[in-house]
Design a protein around this ligand. Sequence first.
Ligand code: F6P
Length: 360
Amino acid sequence: NGRIGILTSGGDCPGLNAVIRGVVKASEQLDYECVGFLKGYEGLHDPVRYINLTCKNTTGILNEGGTILGSTNKGRFAATVGVDDRVELDPELLAGVKTTIDQLGIQGLVCVGGDGSLAVAQQFHEYGIPVVGVPKTIDNDLSATAFTFGFDSAIACATEALDRLHTTAASHERIMVLEVMGRHAGWIALHAGIAGSANVILIPELDWTYEDVCHKILDRESRGERFSLVVVAEGAELPSGGHVGEAQAGAQARLGGIGQVVAAEIEHRLHRETRVAVLGHLQRGGSPTTFDRVLATQYGAHAVRLVVEEKFGHMVCYNPPEIDSVPIMAAVNRLRTVNPEGSAVQAARALGISFGDRPV
Ligand code: F6P
């Protein structure tokens, strides 16, 4: 029938290979060939780098982390990524990409990526390059889809970490601070915090104070619970008035992250042994969960359908219970953050979890 291209762009996450496999399998069913561009958008131009993808050479990748195509959030296309409103790509770059797509006879290019990468896909679309999008990020902060694949795997990792910290915290009667990813949104901290029975959850969407965090820890102590688990999203804002370091920003830079600063400040204020764990890229690696495998596979199959139907400029999305599609434009430059009044926050509060924003 023709050819379908695929690339993976931006930070990796569990499930990318499941999407690739989904696209390849669904394409072959319809007698389309598949071409996988290497290192994200970079593989599209100067020099063009791709491999032919078949069911045979993608067998066994469903449960593997990472991406067999490689990815990058650096380079010529990334210079424009994440910029406030619009992405403006160099016209020569766009022309080069169009030539690649035309010369290889690609009927549709499946771009798997997060906010910044989808903004690039939108530019391609406006330039007349036939693209469809697949939303990806462990942060789960893309608009227009209920879930991005990778998120479930990330919270499984963070929840396991909390389970492990729980027993050591209890044994030593310590306060354990776990720093998780989430630059702009607290979804990972919120969901892992609930699943891993954290006592305090600190997220970018809610202003918090050390007084309320310490209040919660002391309140637990007064009930005989002489340990506490604090989860903090890397993007949470530090309150003013901390004692650790001359300036908190300086302390954060020196110590290596918000988790360190929060742990040091709690120890300083309460004189209780406090330890910190920074989960970092562990959340981005490893095998995808069952949920992410199913979601990513459905996304891959649906992306092929969008190409066949020539629904270019659209992105697959999860609109429970169905997989659907929306214009890519609906997803970019408008991150979906945690609703402080939403049911997950409310449920957590109902259980006595503190967000550090009021005495509990
Ligand atoms: O957006 C996904 C994400 O994992 C963020 O949560 C994190 O801040 C960032 O990527 C890390 O990016 P890098 O791998 O480039 O350090």
